[in-house]
Design a protein around this ligand. Structure first.
Ligand SMILES: NC(=O)c1ccc[n+]([C@@H]2O[C@H](COP(=O)([O-])OP(=O)(O)OC[C@H]3O[C@@H](n4cnc5c(N)ncnc54)[C@H](OP(=O)(O)O)[C@@H]3O)[C@@H](O)[C@H]2O)c1
Length: 334
């Protein structure tokens, strides 16, 4: 999602000499392959957007993969950028790096002041290691590597997998499927499941009982939808195109010495997950009941970034949340 949004922004700004590799073409956990790529291609500017990313379920289940793959990607790309003479690098971090009980809104200086949120600790430790790699390479080797900490992102090319997605795309898809189920629109449900996967046995999409059982496993029932947690936690969301604008803005105008160890990027406003579910219901046209299952974890109670530093540099987000969700829903739906 972020990588393609940055590519789109760079193309729109007139850049043409863009180098990009998919995961299949270059596995960034493989040090030798990463070094060969940097030595052969010699990029001048690097946006480090790759990572193993996921929502609360994936983060708390695949802890070893989250810490190992994200640390390896960061260490390999940052070290190869140094050895191949990259002029500037922008490392994508995440607001998960902040302590669970840190005061809100989260200021950059709260990093490492107390315990992390346990449900995403593995990911957060890897992201903190990446920030520190950039900082210490700058201090020891005089590189120009910066880190940005975006809040929760959403937009085109987001992950809509019901098991591994973040909360906003998960809500869009679940509420859309719940609407289709309440309307008995099984053909559209089957098309959706075929397009986005989720382990439906091959050729079984016209078996209505199986479809209903499959959806109920995700809390989607004909008369109601059951969502994880209490709905009370507050989250901030930023449209991926706004993040890409901020990333290109910082890359073009600021050096690591202006940015400091890292800089927050957010929208400046948060909402409860319950409010989000209501907003998304309106946008997708779901009119059924929403129930909350408080036996599942809520994660951090609130996560709102203090964005005064990036604002003082002359940047602010310009996509209202409803507008961004409408565009994302349209992309998902088409
Ligand atoms: N999404 C958010 O809400 C959010 C919020 C804050 C920060 N961020 C940060 O923004 C960055 C991008 O996130 P995103 O949301 O754009 O995630 P995404 O859509 O999942 O993109 C991550 C990309 O990294 C690739 N990748 C994973 N492991 C790789 C490896 N070993 N070698 C090469 N490529 C690999 C993935 O390829 P495959 O899919 O083929 O594996 C995918 O194309 C991450 O650093 C993330 O921490 C995201």
């Amino acid at each position: 999602m972020v990588g393609s949004a940055i590519m789109k922004r760079l193309e729109a700004n007139g850049y043409t000499n863009l180098l990009c590799r998919s995961h299949a073409q270059l596995d960034l956990t493989r040090q030798r392959d990463v070094e060969d790529f940097f030595q052969e291609e010699r990029p001048d500017y690097v946006f480090l957007c790759a990572g193993k990313v996921g929502g609360i379920l994936a983060n708390s289940t695949y802890t070893a993969q989250f810490i190992y793959e994200n640390i390896m990607i960061a260490a390999n790309v940052i070290h190869a950028s140094y050895t191949s003479g990259v002029k500037k690098l922008l490392n994508l971090g995440s607001s998960c790096i902040y302590p669970r009980e840190a005061p809100q809104p989260l200021k950059e200086e709260y990093l490492l002041t107390s315990e992390l949120e346990p449900t995403n600790e593995a990911y957060a430790i890897a992201k903190i290691a990446a920030i520190k790699l950039c900082r210490y390479y700058n201090e020891q080797y005089g590189t120009n590597f910066s880190s940005v900490m975006p809040t929760n992102l959403y937009g085109q090319n987001d992950n809509f997998d019901l098991e591994t997605s973040h909360v906003l795309p998960a809500l869009i898809r679940k509420l859309h499927l719940a609407k289709l189920l309440s309307q008995k629109d099984y053909a559209s449900i089957a098309r959706d499941l075929e397009r986005f996967g989720n382990n439906l046995p091959a050729g079984s999409s016209d078996d209505l009982d199986l479809l209903a059982t499959h959806l109920s496993g995700f809390g989607i029932h004909p008369d109601r939808i059951v969502l994880w947690g209490t709905g009370a936690p507050k989250r901030e969301f930023l449209y991926a195109d706004d993040l890409s604008a901020a990333a290109v803005f910082l890359m073009e105008r600021y050096d690591a010495s202006d940015i400091g160890e890292f800089i927050n990027i957010g929208a400046g406003k948060d909402r409860t997950i319950r409010e989000m579910a209501e907003t998304i219901s309106r946008i997708v046209g779901y009119k059924g009941r929403i129930e909350w299952d408080g036996t599942h974890p809520d994660g951090t109670p609130q996560k709102l970034l203090d964005i005064s530093r990036i604002q003082s540099k002359g940047w602010r987000a310009d996509t209202p949340l409803e507008k961004g969700i409408e565009k994302t829903y349209k992309w998902y739906f088409q």
